[in-house]
Design a protein around this ligand. Structure first.
Ligand code: TYM
Length: 331
């Protein structure tokens, strides 16, 4: 059975982008593959959370994984920092990751631009840690959103380089994967790029948002003055709303609003109302479980301990073999 690995950073509540880009695939794949889904708390250290915030954010992701339907009996769910073998592999892979290639990564350049005062080495080597997450279980499929494609390419580079250096075929090649036909990019509500935790206020719809909060955010989404001729191409902010409709609404609803747009009869207020209601319906099964799961501390502890033990079993086997390949021998 093929092995699957993916993770989400513990940097805040999960949003529709995380859901449609990643979690929805996690839930489907757990029935067919040997799955490891983790909470990337080491990665979240690049932004220096306080201890209390870090713990709260890790818990939130764990709760939302479970509320979304990841079954700890089917998939291995664990916290990244509970598996120290990941950090050890990260150290080894860092020896063959070159600063030039790391500096050229798009996500690194974006982060430097967004936050020039915090260009730490952890940020630079973020893709190496990601490769360690994946290679530690020798995974081949990695369910992620479109924004992670370049990171996956780098994971293949680091794994292949290790193989070449030690002249063996130890690590298989991991690829970004989606159960749909292509990798997903969910837009935000600010009329610009993707939905994200750190974009502007109101840009993201969180799985834990109340129906009221969802309605408010959607009604405030950026639109234009409306089409002035039939069959006009949609500007980005309008296309974004249609892309969101496509994921949460029925094909009939999408076609209905598309026809209205193409005949200049669209009223954005109606489209937004429909979009908000369909988002509320799409997130309801998750939202309704979040509070109950969050208040069950013994269950959360049990899931985390059980998952860490299973993940360490696989990770420690890899580390034993990697140490042997590198030439660390016992006296
Ligand atoms: P993070 O927390 O930024 O994102 C987690 C997952 O959500 C997806 N995602 C989106 N997909 C579609 N549209 C969006 N607007 C959107 N926003 C986020 C991301 O593609 C990702 O799948 N570096 C990873 C975390 C990680 C990881 C790994 C993933 C660390 N190690 C190993 C896979 C394998 C990240 O971006 O997290």
């Amino acid at each position: 059975m093929e092995t699957v690995v993916s993770g989400i950073r513990s940097t805040g509540n999960l949003h529709l982008g995380n859901y449609y880009g990643a979690i929805q695939n996690f839930v489907k794949m757990q029935h067919e593959y040997n799955c490891y889904f983790f909470i990337a708390d080491l990665h979240s250290l690049t932004t220096h959370p306080t201890p209390a915030n870090l713990h709260g954010a890790v818990k939130q992701v764990l709760v939302e994984y479970l509320a979304a339907g990841i079954d700890p009996e089917k998939a291995t769910i664990y916290v990244q920092s509970d598996v120290p073998e990941v950090s050890e592999l990260y150290l080894y892979l860092n020896m063959n990751a070159y600063t030039g290639e790391l500096e050229r990564s798009t996500s690194f350049k974006d982060k430097v631009r967004a936050n020039p005062d915090n260009v730490n080495a952890g940020l630079l080597t973020y893709p190496v840690l990601m490769a360690a997450d994946i290679l530690i279980h020798k995974a081949t499929k990695v369910p992620v959103g479109k924004d992670q494609e370049q990171h996956l390419e780098m994971s293949r580079t680091f794994g292949n380089r290790f193989n070449r250096l030690y002249n063996n075929e130890y690590f298989p090649e991991p690829y970004a994967f989606s159960m749909g036909e292509s990798l997903v990019k969910i837009p935000g509500l600010d009329g610009k790029g993707k939905m994200g935790k750190s974009e502007s206020e109101g840009n993201a719809i969180f799985l834990s948002d109340t129906p009221e909060a969802i309605r408010k955010k959607v009604m405030r989404a950026v639109t234009d003055a409306g089409p002035t001729a039939d069959n006009q191409p949609k500007p980005q902010e309008i296309q974004n709303l249609f892309d969101l409709l496509k994921v949460v609404s029925t094909p009939d609803t999408l076609e209905h609003f598309d026809n209205l747009y193409n005949t200049c009869a669209i009223r954005y207020g109606d489209l937004k109302k429909q979009l908000a209601e369909d988002m509320i319906i799409a997130t309801a099964p998750i939202r309704e479980k979040i509070n109950d799961i969050a208040s069950d501390a013994p269950y959360l502890r049990q899931v985390a301990i059980y998952g860490a033990a299973k993940a360490r079993e696989s990770a420690s086997k890899t580390i034993r073999e990697v140490r042997e390949i590198i030439g660390f021998r016992k006296f």
